[in-house]
Design a protein around this ligand. Sequence first.
Ligand SMILES: [Zn+2]
Length: 244
Amino acid sequence: MRPIRISLVFLGSLKYPVSIAQLESWPSKVFKLHHSASVGHLPNSEGPDWEYTDEQLLHVIANDVEADFTMGLINAPLEDNYYIRRLSDRVGVLSLHEMADIARYSNFAVEQYILRNIYEMAVLFSANGKLIPDDYESWAHDETRGCLFDMNANKTDIVFSLHRPVLCPACRTRVSSRQVPAALLPALDAELTRIQKTLFVRMSDWVRSHPIWALAITAASGLLLNLLASFIFEQAKKVLPWLG
Ligand SMILES: [Zn+2]
């Protein structure tokens, strides 16, 4: 399976730092990201509520002909209050507006949010004859299932598909009904589990949800350390009698 080549274009100030190295080095058989270009300063938004319209963005983001498709990254509202939009068959845009705050508040990295959505677009691209379909919104389901295709009409629901997102059975069936590379679904299963909170945050979450166990483990660890220290001290006294 040849990875889908995706060109990333940064649009204006993203406000939060985004690790290009982490995105470009993400090990994946599904896609390969490449930060190809940036637009330093954006024009003022043309939408009535200070949002950037699809038509306006199509004039800002150029399709990278060396990539299978191009994704713009912006930190501003998009048309109809979506956070991800398809602009043409080969150009999409992902917004960090509000979403980066939601992700960071729940201890997710902005890069995780970006990767999760890149996987969503990559699956669409792969399942639709190498074109991002006109009706891509119809893939999304209103129910929040921790799936790549959760609609997340309530934007805060994104957090349920930022930690080890999945393809729910309905979406898996939909992908399977298209001609996709045989290795796509196994690769997705293996790779989506790597989109997760850091070990420190996972440990903190575990302690919060298991306070009694955490206390018991702390007490047992303290006792063991005490015994170990006593043992070492007794052994040290035999070698260095002046210690006693
Ligand atoms: Zn689904």
